[in-house]
Design a protein around this ligand. Structure first.
Ligand code: FAD
Ligand code: FES
Ligand code: FES
Length: 494
């Protein structure tokens, strides 16, 4: 394949910036602070956790409209900005015509800042929310969900949430989108950006497949919410990168009659929204998966391919009977997700192959849907990695268990089904004796580890308790509504 260099250009402050000379793993935050001297954006953790570095990235969606996303600049590699637009805290006052933007003014008025270190990040998350809601203020809970990736250590969240509501009261100062859309169209009509031997950003599946075959050693980069940390925390040299985020056909989620097909580069936010639309029981796991800036950057394809034993998507997808569509050149094959992992962070991908899509079967309309539940246990409620995640689907024929899938993260070297516990249930009545047999069998299925998130004994105990909770919610006799078992519902009722 002939290699040609094509510039990496994006839109910043109304001008096109060319960063072709930057190293592919230079972060957007490094560029902002050290090159562009936009030091309003702060570095707190450099791992996507605190939100101090939040900026807003605009890109054209599949309908050609401008989509604005809050993004963690600390783990975003600069070349992935090609063809997109960037806004930082410095840009907002300019939009207010010299006065503070309503977002900033509301933070002042509500005393939403003390030391101010977190404030630029909050401002940008709030601005993204402001632009997403031209109709007016969202609910306070929606605001809190949007801000779950921004930490403040001194002000406290009440005044910040107050500001999030107050900002909608001022006369609207909306972004003028048409010139941005026009500029992005022009940028994207130019050849796909590339740095030979270092960085490629194909735009079609065929181009990606050819590149992947020609360079099987190159690292695939999707949202970079895992890979970014390999650079900022582990200081790893990643070698050549192939970026998936510009392959339009991979960024789609298609809801077909028989399946939800999640393109490998569709964001976590898109994917979870589609899954929770079909299975509302997944809403809590969706909103507790990282934070909005991570979910609008990271992909479900990356979560599954990375294969972390504590990744949140895999147990849910396995409980739903998902299959991966893998591509190598023109050749396609399908592998059931529960057969994909071969060991700790290892999987069945061949050299030159990649995940093209995740296919999740939908409920056949004529059939009683399986009872699905997923429970995440983590030290912090929001934006934390799981200690244990259990996802369960059971089909009952009367009281008898006709089919069962129990998938777990955090109990073994890979996300895994509990074969012995499933065998203890299949064909039996879904009663307390069956539950207890399955609880006992979990010790056969899993020998969990002790680490900083949880002890082995805690993991096993919590796994057994989650199974009990599931039974209480799904037993044929006197099932309890999920709210009766939710600590948050108890809290609200106080
Ligand atoms: C602050 C923070 C919070 C987080 N919270 C959670 C959480 O709550 N739950 C959770 O599960 N994870 C969490 N994560 C981890 C991360 O967000 C997810 O694993 C995410 O889904 C990774 O997707 P990505 O697109 O960013 O992948 P990348 O980082 O781009 O890639 C990850 C790996 O997958 C490979 N890869 C990517 N796409 C493909 C493909 N199509 N085919 C083959 N290989 C591919 C890459 O080469 C790399 O090895 C968190 C991360 C951060 C930074
Ligand atoms: S510096 Fe903490 S999220 Fe980026
Ligand atoms: S104002 Fe100090 S950390 Fe938020």
């Amino acid at each position: 394949m002939t290699e040609a260099a094509h510039p990496i250009r994006f839109l910043h402050r109304g001008a096109v910036v060319d960063v072709a000379a930057a190293a592919p793993t230079r972060t957007l935050l490094e560029w902002l602070r050290e090159d562009a001297r936009c030091t309003g954006t702060k570095e707190g953790c450099a791992e996507g956790d605190c939100g101090a570095c939040t900026v807003v990235v605009g890109e054209l969606d599949e309908h050609g409209e401008l989509a604005l996303k809050p993004v963690n600049a600390c783990i975003r590699f600069l070349p992935t900005l090609a063809g997109k637009a960037l806004w930082t805290v410095e840009d907002l006052a300019a939009m207010g015509g010299g006065a503070l933007h309503p977002v900033q003014q509301a933070l002042v008025d509500c005393h939403g800042s003390q030391c101010g270190f977190c404030t630029p990040g909050f401002v940008m998350s709030l601005w993204a929310c402001y632009e997403r809601h031209p109709e007016g203020a969202p609910s306070r809970q929606q605001l809190a969900d949007d801000l779950a990736g921004n930490l403040c250590r001194c002000t406290g969240y009440r005044p910040i949430l107050d500001a999030g509501q107050r900002m909608f009261d001022a006369p609207r100062a909306a972004l003028e989108r048409a010139p941005v859309v026009q500029a992005l169209r022009e940028l994207n009509s130019q050849p796909a950006p590339s740095q030979p031997g270092a960085y490629h950003a194909p735009r079609t599946i065929a181009e990606l497949a050819a590149l992947r075959l020609a360079r099987p050693e190159a690292r695939l980069l999707a949202g970079g919410t895992d890979v970014g940390l390999w650079v900022t925390k582990q200081l790893r040299d990643l070698g050549e990168l192939i970026y998936l985020g510009d392959v339009a056909a991979l960024r789609r989620v298609d809801v077909r009659d028989d399946a939800i097909v999640i393109g490998a580069a569709a964001t976590l936010e898109q994917a979870w929204a589609a899954l929770a639309d079909e299975w509302p029981a997944l809403r809590e796991v969706w909103l507790r998966f990282a934070s909005l800036p991570v979910r609008v950057a990271g992909t479900m394809g990356g979560n599954v391919a990375n294969g972390s034993p504590i990744g949140d998507s895999a147990p849910v997808l396995i409980a739903l009977g998902a299959t991966l569509r893998l591509r190598r050149g023109d050749a396609l094959r399908r592998v059931a997700l529960d057969a994909f992992y071969t060991g700790y962070m290892q999987n069945r991908l061949e050299p030159g192959e990649f995940v093209e899509a995740i296919e999740v079967p939908r409920n056949a309309p004529a059939k009683a849907p399986p009872r699905l539940a997923a429970y995440k246990i983590s030290k912090r409620h929001d934006s934390d990695i799981s200690a244990v995640l259990g996802a369960f689907a059971i089909e009952l024929d009367g009281a008898r268990i006709a089919a069962v899938r129990l998938a777990w993260g955090g109990l073994a070297a890979t996300v895994q089904r509990a074969a012995a516990a499933e065998a203890a249930l299949l064909g039996r009545d879904w009663d307390e004796a069956a539950l207890q047999a399955a609880q006992q069998a979990l010790a056969v299925d899993f020998k969990p580890l002790t680490d900083m998130r949880a002890t082995a004994a805690y993991r096993l105990r919590v796994a057994r308790n989650l199974l009990r909770r599931y039974w209480l919610e799904t037993r044929p006799v006197n099932p309890l509504p999920p709210r009766a078992l939710s600590v948050w519902a108890l809290e609200e009722a106080r």
